[in-house]
Design a protein around this ligand. Structure first.
Ligand code: PLP
Length: 454
């Protein structure tokens, strides 16, 4: 097997020593015992000791097609040999094909700007939105309205749009002009409403905020179709349409962050298509290459893009990006989307999502499970101390479930950061290659892990 050929050549202790000496990890600079992953195929990752794990998070919500698809490696390698690089002040074939494919998947007339990460795609969206208003005779529109709990990236603007205090507090001041409203968090309705008394104040709030801020100062709203990393918060039917109407009423643009929900994860091509709205700007990353290479895109409605195109004026978008739309990344992304089409994997994601949600119901009555939510093929289990009071589960309990899953060969995720009361949602976002048997493994392992809790 492949393990036998490669693993004995690696010296784990030596690698760990170098890791401890020189690596800077995401969540803690120094990780005393990191998993060193060496190989991956389908939904499974192998570590340096030869242990196998089902990666029910698809890395960071990105390896949608599954690991180890050689067609994708070949598409990138062929492009690298043919022409490794060319800047997009002119053009190249893979970028043209990808822009066309994205536009087709969006089902509308869009113009696509390429970058390298989800954060950058959002920065592009913010700059484009402000510039659009300048060139549309309303230069006073500079504010953005995002939501509490949302995550939109790690750069100064995208982090300003993020609605999680702990991620921002030591880096402030960030970009000015970012406001936040309550998310449509029905399990803990910020307005104290129930399903019967709902009235969707979370949506109509936008009307008030835009009005009181002064509509002429607001450039755009930004939202994910469903909040993902912020705790899998799925809006009620009609929410996105309502926000779209309010935006239209006030001349405010709608930016939809499809970095996680896009490219099939929601069970449709893009998450917003579940809600029948047309955004003005759509950002995407992660799943566009299934995580195999860095690439992101910002798709802009043609009517808006036309404002950047008037000849004889200094109206182009000033945003040079050396690596954005790298030919190998684009060629790989086109192949990824073609395979998703050919193998019916977006439809498959929808079916898998339903099956996963149904199978998760074995956890519904568990004393530490407060709420189970899903959107397409991603899910969140909100852990509580007490189902009556809904007190968020203690950090140690959530960690224990994750650790017990890992011991049994299952990688799951959690929301947020280390804020008490805001890291109690376990997350699942498995590759579309996952089988029914593997879904059973996921839920049965989760059940075992929950059953270790006192
Ligand atoms: N937007 C959302 C919804 C995300 O989940 C993320 C990353 O997790 C980003 C933006 C930022 O993407 P990146 O990490 O590629 O910069």
């Amino acid at each position: 097997s492949m393990e036998n050929q490669t693993i004995p050549e690696l010296n784990k202790e030596e690698l760990l020593e170098k890791d401890r000496e020189h690596m800077w990890h995401h969540m803690s600079v120094y990780n005393p015992n990191p998993m060193i992953a060496t190989e991956a195929k389908g939904s499974w990752v192998t570590d340096i000791d030869g242990n196998r794990y089902l990666d029910a998070m698809s890395g960071l919500w990105c390896v949608n097609i599954g690991y180890g698809r050689e067609e994708l490696a070949d598409a990138a390698a062929e492009q690298l040999k043919k022409m490794a690089y060319f800047p997009l002040s002119n053009s190249h074939v893979p970028a043209i094909e990808l822009a066309d494919k994205i536009s087709e998947w969006l089902g509308g007339e869009y113009r696509v700007f390429f970058s390298n990460s989800g954060s950058e795609a959002n920065e592009v969206a913010f700059k484009l939105a402000r510039q659009y208003h300048h060139q549309n005779g309303e230069p006073g529109r500079y504010k953005f309205i995002s939501r509490h709990r949302a995550y939109h990236g790690n750069t100064m603007g995208a982090l300003a749009a993020t609605g999680q205090a702990v991620r921002k507090q030591k880096y402030e001041p960030l970009a000015p002009g970012f406001l936040h409203v309550h998310p449509p968090y029905c399990y803990r309705c910020p307005f104290g409403k129930t399903e019967d008394s709902c009235g969707m104040a979370c949506a109509t709030l936008y009307d008030d905020v835009i009005t009181w801020e002064g509509a002429g100062t607001v450039a755009a709203v930004i939202m994910e179709p469903a909040i993902t990393g912020g705790g899998v918060i799925v809006p009620p039917a009609g929410y996105m349409q309502k926000v779209r109407e309010i935006c239209d009423k006030h001349g405010v643009l709608m930016i939809v962050d499809e970095v996680i929900c896009g490219v099939g994860r929601s069970g449709k091509n893009f998450g917003h298509q579940n809600f029948g709205v047309q955004p003005d700007i759509i950002t995407m990353a992660k799943g566009i290459t299934s995580g195999y290479l860095p690439l992101s895109a910002t798709a802009v409605r043609k009517e808006l893009a036309d404002k950047f195109n008037e000849p004889g004026f200094n109206q182009h978008f000033r945003h040079v990006n050396t690596f954005g739309g790298n030919p190998a990344s684009c060629a790989l992304a086109v192949k990824n989307m073609e395979l998703l089409e050919k193998e019916g994997l977006v439809q498959r994601a929808e079916e898998l999502g339903k099956e996963l949600r149904q199978k998760l119901s074995i956890l519904e009555d568990h004393k530490y499970v407060g709420d189970i939510r899903s959107f397409g093929f991603l899910a969140g289990l909100e852990m509580v101390e007490d189902r009556g009071t809904k007190e968020p589960a203690a950090v140690e309990k959530v960690t224990q479930v994750i650790v017990e899953c890992k011991k049994r060969g299952l990688i799951i995720g959690r929301n947020g950061d280390t804020v008490p009361g805001f890291n109690n949602v376990l997350t699942l976002s498995p590759p579309f290659s996952t089988t029914s048997e593997e879904l059973d493994f996921i839920v049965n392992t989760l059940k075992e892990a929950f059953d270790t809790l006192q």
